[in-house]
Design a protein around this ligand. Structure first.
Ligand SMILES: NC(=O)c1ccc[n+]([C@@H]2O[C@H](COP(=O)([O-])OP(=O)(O)OC[C@H]3O[C@@H](n4cnc5c(N)ncnc54)[C@H](O)[C@@H]3O)[C@@H](O)[C@H]2O)c1
Length: 348
């Protein structure tokens, strides 16, 4: 695919969930690079952060639920009124995100939103003649590593939550369509994101820890030695841009872990990094287990480096400082408000 470099026809990318934490940052990056962007979102967490884009000549917004069979087609029809070319690709981000939110909506609804919607959006994308479909999966699919070795895309999956299970089912559907569909599916298993976005989330571990250390001066930590994998939101945005541009033979039906080895940290190590910038923080440890998303894995990113030449540029300390800068600025009046989290349950 060509990039939207302003020379010739603009590339048209549709983002489902484009009003979300990742989607709103991706929207900004695509517009900046000259793409035409259509966002389809039902605005579960509000949509004010889309305001700067709404009057942009290369932007179209369609408020809809992607579980409806014609949501993508209707959004593309609306965008055509702005004179844009046919659809080039879809980045499917809409989902019930995280194990607490999935638990809140229940098994049937989580399955409908996170699995059935993928089939509905993919089939429309294929029918519309778009050439690429990027799916945002998660490294939660690995759950707990059996042998303690870094997990690769070929490792056995041990999801510990409904959220992880729904993402695996969606991946399986897409891989099943990879051989014969005109549209090429590409799956990224993202590490846990951190850092600033137009739609801020303070329920993601690093963002939440910085908020609590900054606002309460105290952190409560469970499973301190469990290993997790983290990635800066802008590194993910750049990974998605690369996914849109990579040659089709390198991505069709492929799964890539998206992140980097230097984002593999235990919670205790994250905490130490936060305490370096906020040294007054008091820490309380509790070693309980809970029926949530118990992840204890180190992730290998050898495949994405080798096949797509993808490397992250930012470190966890950069994200900590970014989030701290936002909090210190005072622009967010009540960062503990529900609008900045996907569910109430907050055990991290
Ligand atoms: N944030 C992370 O750390 C992380 C990690 C791994 C994978 N992911 C995946 O990345 C994607 C984006 O995550 P996020 O953090 O931006 O989440 P988010 O909750 O901030 O955004 C999701 C967006 O999807 C929209 N949406 C949900 N269901 C919809 C539906 N049926 N129809 C239309 N819109 C709908 C919501 O309104 C919201 O704007 C998700 O698929 C998530 O599973 C995120």
């Amino acid at each position: 695919m060509n990039s939207g470099d302003g020379m010739g026809e603009k590339r048209h990318i549709l983002i489902t969930g484009g009003a979300g934490y990742l989607g709103s940052a991706l929207t900004a990056a695509l517009l900046q690079r000259g793409y035409f962007v259509t966002v389809v979102d039902k605005l579960l967490h509000g949509g004010e952060h889309l305001l700067p884009y709404l009057t942009h000549e290369n932007f179209s917004f369609h408020r809809a639920d992607v579980t409806l069979p014609s949501s993508v087609g209707q959004a593309v029809d609306e965008a055509r009124k702005k004179g844009v070319s046919d659809l080039d690709a879809v980045v499917h981000l809409a989902a019930i995100v995280g194990f607490p939110a999935c638990k809140d909506v229940g098994i049937e609804e989580a399955w409908r939103q996170n699995v059935e919607a993928v089939r509905i959006v993919f089939e429309q994308t294929d029918r519309l003649g778009a050439r690429r479909f990027i799916f945002s999966s998660t490294y939660s699919v690995y759950g707990i590593a059996e042998d303690g070795l870094p997990v690769t895309e070929g490792s056995r999956l041990h999801p510990q939550s409904l959220y992880g299970e729904t993402k695996i089912a969606a991946e399986e559907f897409l891989q099943g369509r990879a051989a014969e569909a005109g549209c090429a599916p590409l799956i990224f298993r993202l590490s846990t994101l951190y850092g600033p976005s137009p739609r801020m989330r303070f329920d993601l571990i690093i963002n939440q820890f910085v908020l609590e250390a900054f606002s309460k001066g105290e952190l409560l930590i469970y499973q301190q030695n469990y290993s997790r994998s983290f990635v800066h939101i802008m590194d993910v945005v750049e990974g998605l841009l690369m996914g849109l541009e990579a040659p089709e033979e390198k991505i069709r039906g492929e799964i890539f872990n998206l992140g980097s080895e230097d984002g593999n940290y235990t919670k205790n190590e994250i905490l130490n990094l936060i305490c370096k910038v906020l040294p007054q923080t008091r820490v309380r440890y509790e070693d309980i287990s809970f029926s949530g998303d118990m992840r204890d894995v180190q992730v290998s990113f050898a495949k994405i480096k080798h096949n797509l030449n993808y490397y992250t540029k930012r470190q966890v300390v950069d994200g900590i400082n970014d989030v701290l800068k936002i909090l210190r600025s005072g622009v967010i009046e009540d960062p503990f408000s529900d609008r900045f989290r996907n569910a109430r349950l907050e055990i991290q």
